[in-house]
Design a protein around this ligand. Structure first.
Ligand code: NAP
Length: 243
């Protein structure tokens, strides 16, 4: 059985490793956003498929699909649902659970990056943005005059306002480093997405420890009717049941 694994996440890499170890023919697909991606075990293809029609055509080479893309990769998830339905391929969504606010924390939930920018502007003047580089432009109108520190994996394509600092770094992150990052910047608000998982959780602990409020963008809706699991073992079980 040939598995197409839509990746770009730690869970996708873990699943690829386990499938290869079990002798399953798996190809991980990466979008190609990052210049030097962490490559998973097994075969890898890099770059977009060319929308729903391109993916549907590509599915001729695969029997089942696991969509393990990031919770905020909504276009790829929607395309996978449409293409798999059209091509008659079983599709599983592997999505890590969202984060839960610990007691004593100060989280401000919003539904969009624009709302996050406005809430951050209300809460502070020295925000730390950890929402990725692709969404940075949404923060410029509300935070152009603020002392923003934006942490990204790869340099953004927009030129950021004067007074903003961009640091490039890639997780997983440790609590000590997160405390140093927020402390040295004298951060008074942190903005994040509900990515879930452990790789980027220490910043939430650091903010709580320093009494810094967090603005958190809620997850976008997922395509309806797609079976979903929340950990790698459940995805492995699904693949073996399909085979
Ligand atoms: P997106 O907005 O949902 O997708 C935009 C387009 O990128 C898709 O239509 C597709 O192009 C291509 N694409 C996305 N994921 C792909 C994959 N795994 N393999 C092949 N093509 C892919 O996605 P995004 O939010 O830009 O995320 C891109 C990748 O980064 C994803 O693989 C995701 O898992 C990873 N990632 C995203 C985030 C985030 O916050 N969004 C965070 C960490 C990692 P075509 O239409 O041409 O097929």
């Amino acid at each position: 059985m040939r598995v197409l694994l839509l990746g770009g996440t730690a869970e996708a890499r873990a699943l690829a490793e386990q499938l290869v170890a079990s002798g399953v023919d798996v190809t991980t697909s990466l979008a190609g956003r990052v210049a030097d991606p962490r490559l998973p075990a097994g075969a890898v293809r890099i770059g977009g498929f060319g929308g729903i029609d391109g993916l549907r055509a590509a599915l001729a080479d695969y029997d089942v699909v696991v969509d393990a893309t990031h919770p905020f990769a909504t276009t790829m998830a929607a395309n996978a649902a449409a293409a798999c339905a059209a091509a008659g391929r079983p599709l599983l969504r592997l999505e890590r659970p969202g984060w839960t606010e610990p007691a004593g924390a100060s989280w401000h939930w919003v539904d969009s990056h624009e709302q996050a920018a406005e809430r951050a502007a209300e809460l502070g003047r020295r925000p730390v943005l950890t929402i990725g580089r692709q969404q940075l432009a949404a923060y410029v109108p509300a935070l152009a005059g603020a002392a923003v520190l934006a942490r990204v994996v790869q340099a953004p394509s927009i030129s950021v306002p004067l007074g903003w600092t961009v640091v490039s770094d890639r997780g997983p992150y440790a609590l000590a480093g997160e405390l140093a990052l927020l402390g040295e910047h004298r951060a008074d608000v942190v903005v994040t997405k509900d990515s879930g998982g452990e790789y980027t959780w220490p910043k939430m602990l650091a903010a709580a420890e320093l009494g810094v409020p967090i603005v958190i963008v809620a997850r976008p809706p997922r395509p309806v009717g797609v079976q979903a699991v929340h950990d790698v073992q459940q995805a492995l079980d699904w693949v073996s049941a399909e085979g």
